[in-house]
Design a protein around this ligand. Structure first.
Ligand code: BES
Ligand code: MN
Ligand code: ZN
Length: 507
């Protein structure tokens, strides 16, 4: 999809589908007003007769309006004009407008929703949101179909973002940022949606290698089983034991700043299929456990965006990748493994495997002397119960980092919500036989999982995002969402702005 900016007045924009907003009670926006006037009152008359009221997210497409150059106008309800337009409402409207636009079949589109004032947001943000949501709406996964593209409406190939002359540069900047983020989101969705028999640990590694080949500032390596053994990653290796697929620890390093700048290390859970292992899961929705590598996909996706934007930061993405399957060699409940940190873990449930691979990756992360470490994992069903699909669970041992991630999620429309990490919860992880157990009982499952990870991140400024409820959708719309690539990218962007203000430390 291509994007450009336009300063042409709405009635004279030459396009297949012109998107214009209207508030509740058909209270006009400037574009709606101009289009209605140009059509001699036709637009509003049609909207009225169609009983279009302007409820947030509702839409109506009107074709061949006299006096209007565009082939069609897609009017999009914006909700009440009197109440403040929050970023959250704007995101909902933009998402609905993007989906409607993608569904029209128009070959080109123009987007005038950037004229709507949004509390605390500028033109750059609004144009970026348009690009991201259009990218999301146009996304289709048909890599595994024999007839890709059949029976679906192609999205518009080009979209013009309307902006007044004084905001044209901001709109263009928003387009560039939005396209880079959309590319990362789309990559994360593709990796997530691929089935477990294709998206194996080695496939994930191949995709990461390909990413590095596309970007000059990114280098790739992958640790194999032998290397993991030498490093003492007994915990990661114990999860991979039951599978024929060899595990990998994928490493992507992005160098956008001098070597002296401590990197931001992102760690993503890459369980390419989680059957539960010997503590096997019920079969009903087990297919969805191909999404158990969405954490890894999101850190790889964020790397794609970061490298495309050439951010002035150093960023490392680590993705421990393996399958969790039962076989004669699989680890068993009661087995005790030794982590790279030297701590022993009693594996009371082989289905609590995410933490077993992440703990060794967190220890490995220490060698980068990171500024901060952020792990992303589809870690617990308990987090889905706690927060549903609306927010990722956030845990941190460093409040400024937690605050920065919460703010980034809020800004990007990819929210997180902080949960506690009090010592009391860690009590639940006591083992009669080893230093720690890998499960903490039924209560507060998302918190005890995070508490387990916290033990392996104690010397670091660390945060954990449990994305079990946000990384994919179930049911009819089943598929990877690409979350939290938006949050991660926003955090990285915010860090570059902070760096602009703080002079680099003297060498
Ligand atoms: N990958 C799952 C978490 C998960 C489950 C995400 C369902 C989304 C939907 C994880 O490895 C897991 O199995 N966790 C267990 C932990 C339990 C055994 C303590 C869970 O949440 O049931
Ligand atoms: Mn599991
Ligand atoms: Zn899992």
């Amino acid at each position: 999809m291509e994007f450009n900016t336009t300063t042409t007045d709405a009635p004279r924009i030459r396009t297949g589908c012109l998107v214009a907003g209207v508030f509740e009670g058909r209270d006009a926006t400037p574009a709606y007003q101009a289009l209605d006037a140009a059509s001699g009152g036709k637009l509003d008359a049609i909207a009225r007769k169609s009983r279009f009221r302007g409820d947030a997210g509702k839409h109506l497409q009107v074709h061949a309006l006299d006096g209007v150059t565009a082939d069609s106008v897609l009017i999009v309800g914006c909700g009440p004009k009197k109440e403040a337009m929050t970023a959250a409402r704007y995101l909902k409207i933009a998402g609905a407008a993007a989906r409607a636009t993608a569904g029209t079949g128009a070959r080109s589109a123009a987007w005038s929703l950037g004229e709507i004032d949004v509390a605390d947001r500028d033109m750059e943000w609004k144009s970026r949101v348009a690009v991201e949501r259009l990218g999301d709406a146009a996304y289709h996964f048909d890599a595994m179909r024999s007839d890709p593209g059949k029976d679906r409406t192609p999205p518009p190939g080009r979209t013009s973002i309307a902006a007044p002359r004084r905001h044209r540069e901001a709109a263009a900047a928003g387009i560039a940022t939005g396209q880079a983020i959309a590319a990362g989101v789309s990559l994360a969705r593709d990796l997530g949606n691929l089935p477990g028999n294709v998206c194996t640990p080695s496939h994930l590694a191949d995709q990461a290698r390909a990413l590095a080949a596309r970007h000059g500032k990114v280098t790739f390596k992958a640790l194999d089983e032998a290397r993991m053994k030498r490093l003492g990653m007994g915990s990661l290796l114990s999860v991979a034991r039951g599978s024929r697929q060899p595990p990998r620890l994928i490493v992507l390093e992005y160098r956008g700043a001098p070597r002296s700048h401590a990197p931001i290390v992102l760690v993503g859970k890459g369980v390419t299929f989680d059957s539960g292992g010997i503590s096997i899961k019920p079969s009903a929705t087990m297919d969805e456990m191909k999404f158990d590598m969405c954490g890894a996909a999101s850190v790889i996706g964020a790397m794609e965006s970061c490298a495309t934007l050439e951010l002035p930061l150093n960023v490392v993405a680590l993705a421990p990748a393996c399958e969790n399957l039962p076989d004669g060699n699989a680890s068993k409940p009661g087995d005790i493994v030794t982590t790279m940190a030297g701590r022993t873990v009693e594996v009371l449930n082989t289905d609590a495997e995410g933490r077993l691979i992440l703990c060794d990756a967190l220890t490995y992360a220490e060698r980068y002397k990171p500024d901060v470490v952020i792990d992303v994992a589809t870690l617990t069903g308990a987090c889905v119960i706690a927060l549903g699909a609306h927010a990722s669970g956030l845990f941190s041992n460093h409040q400024p980092l937690a605050d920065a991630l919460l703010a980034a999620g809020e800004h990007a429309g990819d929210r997180a919500w902080q949960m506690p990490l009090w010592d009391e919860y860690a009590e639940q992880l006591k083992s009669n036989f080893a230093d720690v157990a890998n499960i903490g009982g039924r209560e507060a499952g998302a918190v005890t999982a995070a508490s387990f990870l916290a033990k392996f991140a104690s010397g670091q400024r660390w945060a954990h995002l449990d994305v079990a409820g946000t990384a994919w959708r179930s049911g009819k719309e089943k598929g990877a969402t690409g979350r939290p690539v938006g949050l991660l990218c926003q955090y990285l962007l915010d860090r570059t702005r902070a760096a602009d203000r703080t002079p680099a430390p003297a060498a």
